[in-house]
Design a binder for this molecule. Sequence first.
Ligand code: ADP
Length: 658
Amino acid sequence: MRQQARGKWRGLVYIAASMRLLRPFLSPLLRWLLPAVLCSSQLVPGIVAAQERAGRTAEDAAHILVINGADAYLPAFVAIDSAMRAAVEQRFDRPVVWLYETLDALRFGADAVSPQLAELIAHKYSDARIDAIVLVAEPAVDFYLRHRERLWPKAVAVFHSVSSEVVRRRFTVAGLSGVPFVSDYAQTLRIAFALQPEARRLVVVAGTADFDQRELAEAREALRQYVGRVQVEHLSGLSLSAMAERLARESTDTIALYTTVFRDDQGRVYTPVEVLERLSAASAAPMYGIFDSMIGRGLVAGAIESFRLRGERTADLLVRGLQAAAPLGPRILPPPVSECAADARQLKRFGLRTAALPDGCDVRHVETGLLERYWWQTLLVLLALAVQSVLIALLLLQSRQRSADEFSLQSQRVQLLHASRLAVAGELTASIAHEINQPLGAILSNADAAEMLVESGQMQREELLQILGDIRRDDLRASEVIKRLRALLARHDTERRRFSLNRAVEDTAAVLRPEARRRAVTLDLVLGARRADVIGDAVQIQQVIINLVLNAFDASAELAEDARRVRVETSDTPSGVQVSVRDFGIGIAPADLPRVFDSFFSTKRSGMGLGLSIGRSIVEAHGGTIAAARCEVGAEFRIILPRASQDDRPEQPSTQTP
Ligand code: ADP
């Protein structure tokens, strides 16, 4: 409800304010007539209704009327007012209805506060109970003193923001309480010279309104002690653009002291802080001043009085007045002490040193570094980075561990491969011995024959040469067997070379033929692959094929000799070059088929069950596949290896039988 009543009153205040704005443009007659007509026709019933509502809503509420002699929306007054209201509402035990009137005489001049305005206000508040009045700035105090007997003879009256000089001269005698203000230009200049000790010029900026001129006078007073030390110039009675232009021509060695500009030479009215913003943007000289609201809007520094403290002191007097049964005697509270304040951005702009400021100076708008401004985001990113680094380190460790494991696995595999090759060699020992024995025996016989020929003395040269030729051939045959065997058994590193699968099958067959003969197995080769080149280790692939063929021999062992046949065939398939080993032996039991490639699976009495599992790991390391199939009679194993490349040289298909 308090809110509602305040809203109604504020509506009336807005209408009165708009009237004031129009006033300079209306003739004096209209100025008088318009409010009168408005009041009699529409406003009066509205005001009365609002007053009634206000009265009803807060029976026990204190009504405090704030009369602002200037513009109530000046940043300084907004700050003081809000501090004052907060303090009253905190310290006073009754509800408060705040009412506002604005005279705006600082900009429009004292004439604007005409007797007609007093009439209007008297009428407006005729039925309202006003317990206290806050008078803001000198014109409000003047207005009150002129009309208090008629308007609010019993109300508690407290002023603020009136120059202490004016208070001393005029208002103490009038029995008023309040908080005057002191324009501390002296301290402001001390701060300016501390920052710019080399300054030889000083420019004072002021407007033409009464208030501006009074401030200028105060500034002049403070400047007196610097006369002789610096050249002083006053920029007053100029247009805004002229002032901006003059300031732009100054150097950074000049001190610009800004007072207030409510009005320029043309009578145009302004808000001082907005003027400051324009001038400061143009000025080549650092600007100094005394108002709190101007730090951050263009001033470099100044001796600043706290608006909050001023508001709280005014509230103090108000509450004391409202609580006292009888009116208090006049009480003038000292204005808050002005203290140094500065704008870090402006200091930086003019290259002035913060260290030169007095101790304890309140430096505002300090640009914090990115780290300070976004500290929690930075912390988060750092944390994320730390977590990420730890994860990366762990992954690296894991990967190193895996490489080490893979390396040891690989070396174990190489050892196993070698062992399994030795095992194959063991299996082939009988046939190899036979294979070597044969040429060795032949060599021996031929050597015997040659010896006999020599001893007989019948040196038949032709016959001797033939014998020696036979010896050489047999020797070559024996050494060929050994060479092949060495190639198969020698320990060597895994290779990646291009080789023909047809050729590998042929070489394998050459090693196995003696064994096939020994076991009476017919070994057929069908080298049907036209594009047989693959990439990898030929010896390892041969080893796989040898194992498949030996298994096929084993499977055929129980057959009649003429039925023992093993066919090794190469062919082209869409997925690569295929080698198949087919036999017609005992076959694989259905239950065993999925297990034949498992390590240590064997159905043989002396079998190790490693041949096929090693074979599969070799084929897979070559990017190929190996599979077993049951046939109607016997079994078939197929290896498919990726073809080396598209442009392989075609090979002639050939069929060989031992
Ligand atoms: P091993 O020969 O030492 O038993 P392998 O891994 O070479 O080990 O073979 C595993 C098993 O697969 C053999 O024991 C056998 O049961 C079966 N097998 C392999 N090849 C054939 C085949 N051609 N015909 C029938 N069974 C086979």
